[in-house]
Design a protein around this ligand. Structure first.
Ligand code: PMV
Length: 329
């Protein structure tokens, strides 16, 4: 039996635009997906996933790979969750040069599904690490990130960046632009506060929406470029440790994501609640459509304000996780 875990992430800047070659800065946070695998000799894959909470429901499935999980959740999200796991196992078998074994896989996660915190990337990264180690092969974090990216790319119909998977594999704050993925040295302490509306967005659908808007309207293409400009300014602010400026740029970034149509009423409500509570800045994180916002506030005011905001299901503080994928007990 082998156990691995990998962290969730928030985007400080740059989601969506990163898909078109602009830079992005995601940061790993201390919430993890934990995957246990045990080798089977019969080439079957059995999955148990009791903690992939989704809009108040819990995804549970087990048995044959063809089994449908019995869950009252949007079909595309359940399909995607299953495809991510299948893809991760395929990558692990390929890396180990094996096709003659199967696995019992158990997923435990405290990352809400489809909420912009990179739940799928964390599960895929941890699954590839655990399954390869179970077969006696040790992959480095960059190789795991690369294989995990291939899974996301396939499941999201070729519309994925390397940001989520690289961040979850290596941990810390990272900067991703196309194939160029690196860690940010000595990032400042960023006082993340996260608000979660209990909803989920369909990443594939949201990315496709931005793509068609960008093809149809010059303003949308310019907006994607403007997000890139914000990220470039944000890198200087990160180097300078200027939290107030990082927050200001996050506010701009949220406005541009709204213009691209990926925010929602509850995400906007949480962003405004955070700003009015005195946060340095606030924006949606991840694909949008519903899910989480991330704000910067070293006091308790933003978290408290979010807890009283209609549409916010839960609010919590999140610390940067400097550790990426790791072997667990
Ligand atoms: O919502 P998440 O955690 O799946 O993040 C999606 C981020 C996008 O930039 C919208 C897509 C991508 O692959 O980078």
């Amino acid at each position: 039996m082998t156990v691995s875990s990998a962290p969730a992430k928030v985007y400080v800047f740059g989601e969506h635009a990163v898909v078109y070659g602009e830079p992005a800065v995601p940061c790993a946070i201390q919430r993890r997906a934990r995957v246990t695998v045990e080798r089977r000799e019969d080439r079957r894959i059995r999955v148990r996933a009791d903690d992939l909470t989704l809009d108040g429901f819990t995804v549970r499935w087990g048995g044959d790979p063809d089994d449908r999980p019995d869950v009252d959740a949007p079909e595309p999200l359940v399909e995607a969750a299953m495809s991510y796991l299948d893809g991760a196992i395929e990558q692990a078998l390929d890396a180990a040069g094996r096709s003659d074994v199967g696995f019992d896989v158990t997923v435990e996660s405290d990352i809400p599904l489809g909420a912009g915190l990179g739940s799928s990337a964390a599960v895929v990264v941890a699954t590839i690490d655990a399954a390869t180690r179970e077969l006696g092969v040790d992959l480095d974090a960059r190789t795991i990130a690369d294989r995990a990216y291939r899974v996301e790319y396939e499941v999201q119909d070729g519309q994925a960046s390397r940001a989520d998977t690289f961040c979850s594999a290596v941990g810390g704050a990272v900067r991703v632009q196309g194939e160029d993925c690196r860690r940010v040295d000595d990032p400042p302490a960023l006082p993340f506060v996260i608000g979660y509306d209990g909803n989920a967005g369909d990443t594939g659908e949201l990315v496709a929406g931005v793509r068609s808007l960008r093809e149809e309207y010059g303003f949308a293409a310019d907006t994607v470029g403007a997000i890139g400009d914000i990220v470039r300014s944000g890198r200087t602010a990160l180097d300078d440790g200027d939290v107030a400026e990082i927050g200001r740029l996050m506010d701009f970034n949220h406005g541009l994501l709204s213009a691209l149509g990926v925010s929602s009423r509850s995400l906007d409500a949480m962003v405004w609640a955070a700003r009015e509570a005195g946060a340095d800045g606030a924006k949606l994180t991840g694909a949008g459509g519903g899910g989480c916002v991330v704000a910067l506030d070293s006091t308790d005011r933003t978290r408290t304000a979010l807890e009283y905001t209609p549409g916010c299901e839960t609010a919590f503080r999140a610390e940067l996780d400097t550790e990426g994928v790791r072997a667990d007990e």
